[in-house]
Design a protein around this ligand. Structure first.
Ligand code: UDP
Ligand code: MG
Length: 330
């Protein structure tokens, strides 16, 4: 039995806590109870002041009501509600913007990232004087074969195109110092893939291995379409290699065309008229496809410039339970 949880002795209730734990949640009614029961003893045992910032990413189920209920007997639980579903990365960004802790950890709500690892991360940060501690999955056997293979391909490609400073198999379970969080918050918000921008900031880092557990309950909020979106964001947001790919396609196409042209001249000279409907059709179709692909690629970059220029926020905060507490303190 753990002792009744007194809030840590903090003379000034508005003083920033030592640790913030940011948790994005989208339709997580099935896991909230389990998550709270497992996270709370871990944080209470740290002997530090803390806050848990749950970012409710526009949930449509009973998540908001369950969070309100949980908040009643867990004073350190804070709820930031977004007006609409903004996506995992934007929800994390919202949480980082709102977190006040000297250290900030981010963790998934489905218990795939074991909360106990946070203690190990804090120790690693202290012992190795690191500003960032990545949670690195040492075992993915609980993920589906499909997820494992796609994840593997994703990290291989990213490390090749974006740079080897991106740790492989590090998702969004990590601990960051205040300086790191402030640096992240100053970056442009659009298409922010945290696992790529954080290593690029160059803060000293350490890694802590953990076993990726099975989702405790509920279903994944990352369907294939979102995985593809994350990959496109990761590639086009951090590297112009795909644009170069378009150039290579163009060059390859030119070489093939030249060969075909030579072939046609030879056929004409040797009086072999080509029956050639099939080959013509194939070439036209292939060239068309490549052109479309390249146009689409350009579109991705132009679109990115456009949204960046507009500077539209990537999320809208509807409510923050801490603002309410601040008001009632005044
Ligand atoms: N999530 C979110 N907004 C979304 C999708 C997911 O806040 O639009 C949260 C989700 O509630 C969970 C975390 O992001 O806490 C990771 O999602 P999930 O576990 O479904 O992804 P998976 O582990 O299957 O990749
Ligand atoms: Mg998950």
């Amino acid at each position: 039995m753990r002792p009744p949880a007194d809030p840590p002795v903090d003379t000034d209730p508005t003083a920033p806590p030592q640790l913030s734990v940011v948790v994005p949640m989208f339709d997580e009614e099935a896991v909230i109870g389990m998550f709270v029961d497992r996270l709370r003893p871990v944080l209470d045992d740290l002997g530090q002041s803390y806050e848990v910032v749950v970012v409710d990413d526009g949930s449509r189920d009973t998540t908001p009501a369950l969070l309100e209920k949980a908040r009643r007997d867990w004073p350190q639980l804070r709820v930031v509600r977004l007006r609409a579903n903004a996506g995992h990365q934007a929800a994390l960004s919202a949480g980082l913007m709102r977190a006040r802790g000297a250290w900030v950890a981010t963790i998934d709500a489905d218990l795939q990232d074991p909360p106990e690892t946070i203690a190990g991360m804090l120790t690693a940060a202290r012992e190795r004087s690191a500003d960032v501690v990545y949670g690195v999955r040492n075992d993915r056997t609980t993920d589906s074969l499909f997820k494992r293979h796609t994840a593997n391909a994703y990290y291989r490609m990213i490390r090749r195109l974006v740079g080897h400073h991106v740790p492989a198999d590090a998702g969004d379970f990590r601990l960051m110092s205040r300086a790191t969080v402030d640096a992240v918050n100053r970056l442009p918000a659009q298409n922010r893939v945290l696992r790529l921008v954080i290593p690029a900031l160059g803060f000293p880092s350490a890694q802590v291995e953990y076993r990726r557990e099975e989702r405790a309950a509920g279903t994944t909020k990352y369907p294939l379409s979102r995985m593809i979106r994350l990959t496109v964001d990761s590639l086009t947001g951090f590297s112009i290699a795909p644009l170069r790919l378009a150039t290579w396609f163009g060059l390859g196409g030119a070489v093939v065309t030249a060969l075909l042209l030579a072939l046609a001249v030879v056929a004409f000279l040797t009086d072999h008229t080509l029956p050639g409907w099939t080959s013509t059709f194939v070439v036209v179709a292939a060239v068309g496809a490549i052109q479309l692909l390249c146009l689409g690629l350009l579109g991705e970059y132009v679109g990115r410039l456009y949204t960046q220029l507009q500077g539209r926020p990537t999320y809208h905060i509807a409510y923050d339970s801490a603002d309410e507490a601040d008001r009632s303190n005044q």
